[in-house]
Design a protein around this ligand. Structure first.
Ligand SMILES: [Fe+2]
Length: 413
């Protein structure tokens, strides 16, 4: 007798039932990070006060529950892979034509404070909501040079944050499986993703030994277009902890010997999505990650500098190497990114200059960095809540003959 084949209708039926269970809070943690017990619950009553005030001020209606969850979950691999699975003909790389001296942007700042020599800059006294297109263009250039740029004491509407992201990316990432901020009149995912320890961890046990799975990673590197600029705005800043650290892919590349650089130039790495999806052809094989190939060394489209584009969280392997070779090389590259504190910056969201009744923003370029959210705060006593917008860029490329940051700036190797 021929083995019975599960028809598409049957598969859809199973998944439909499954997704309803998940939304009711009875799902399986196997589906990935976002879909776990309690994914469909309403957390609006637990929102930190400062977040509530921001939402109220800018007309964000959370009466139907918060965060906003997708009405229909994207559970199949082929459907998830299809999302934005091609170039965006309307994409404009901001920063390319910006004034190299960034005069308009810097004129608005009380101080341009470089936090380390090559990574991380704080623009003091600038309100992001007041920047015009020319200044935002200069900001894109600054981010591409400094990896990450910070703004404190911000009064920023979620709608404005989205608008800034759309300026940088034309398309912003709209996650099919993440909690989002609802926007008036917008159906489906809004592009404003909820970053909230309380919600993201949900019923998972978090102890001192077992924190929330923090790992060095790059956001959304499984996207075909590649994530370009991410803007995380914290509207609830913990008094202690919850810092974020960034490491520079430019500088990590510059740490390598010319011979090793030559070996890596032009190689391709495979990245995976954070979330998992079912393969229709093998539904009983369990959920799988989306896999995407990107150059291992990328040339930044604005600066023209080469950067290492791998991260421990999402890079699976180097194409065309034996598995053991790939593992050894990748582990070494992760160590270069993670262990060299001189190529990193760590941002303490609450410092003496931060008014915690206002927000703070970090704007970084994923193509040239990995980051790490330090999970050392207490959700109950000292909540951390933010909204994140990630702009999508052109697919990452490696340009033969492009230079490293230090080579280009004429710095000693
Ligand atoms: Fe992240």
């Amino acid at each position: 007798m021929a083995p019975s084949v599960t028809s598409e209708t049957q598969v859809n039926d199973i998944v439909d039932k499954y997704s309803k269970l998940v939304l009711k809070g009875e799902g399986s943690p196997q589906l990935g990070q976002s879909i776990q017990d309690g994914f469909g619950d309403d957390y609006s009553s637990e929102l930190p006060e400062t977040t509530k005030r921001r939402f109220e001020k800018y007309g964000i209606d959370i009466s139907k529950g918060y965060p906003k969850r997708p009405e229909k979950l994207t559970l199949f691999l082929d459907e998830a892979e299809k999302i934005r699975n091609g170039p965006d003909p309307d994409y404009v790389e901001r920063g390319v034509n910006a004034d190299p001296e960034k005069k308009a942007l810097f004129a608005k700042a009380k101080e341009v404070r470089h936090l380390t020599k090559y990574v991380g800059t704080e623009l003091v006294g600038v309100q992001l909501s007041e920047l015009n297109e020319k200044e935002l263009d200069e900001l894109a250039l600054l981010v591409s040079e400094r990896v990450v740029v910070f703004f404190r004491n911000q009064d920023l509407a979620p709608q404005k944050q989205l608008e800034i992201g759309q300026f940088f990316g034309n398309n912003v990432e709209k996650h099919p499986l993440a909690g989002q901020v609802p926007l008036p009149g917008v159906e489906g995912p809004t592009g404003l993703t909820t970053i909230w320890g309380k919600f993201n961890r949900r019923n998972r046990d978090v102890t001192f030994k077992q924190r929330g799975g923090a790992i060095w990673h790059t956001d959304l590197d499984h996207e075909f277009r590649g994530p370009s600029i991410t803007h995380l705005h914290l509207d609830a800043i913990p008094k202690f902890g919850g810092d974020t650290a960034w490491t520079s892919g430019y500088a990590a590349y510059d740490k390598l010997s010319p011979e090793f650089q030559k070996f890596l130039d032009g190689k391709v790495a495979v990245h995976r999505s954070q979330n998992k999806y079912y393969d229709k052809n093998n539904i009983l094989g369990g959920p799988k990650h989306i896999e995407r190939e990107h150059p291992l060394v990328v040339t930044h489209p604005v600066t023209g500098w080469k950067a290492l584009f791998v991260n421990r969280g999402h890079t699976l392997r180097i194409k065309d190497l034996e598995p053991e070779e790939s593992r050894v090389v990748l582990n070494y590259l992760y160590e270069v990114l993670e262990k060299n504190l001189d190529i990193q910056v760590r941002f303490t969201w609450a410092n003496e200059t931060q008014d915690r009744s206002l927000g703070a923003s970090a704007i970084w370029d994923n193509r040239i960095s990995a980051h790490y959210a330090i999970d050392d705060y207490d959700d109950e006593e000292d909540p951390r809540h933010g909204t994140r917008v990630t702009s999508l860029g052109a697919p990452p490329v490696f340009v033969p003959g492009s230079k490293s940051q230090r080579e280009s700036l004429g710095l000693k190797p």
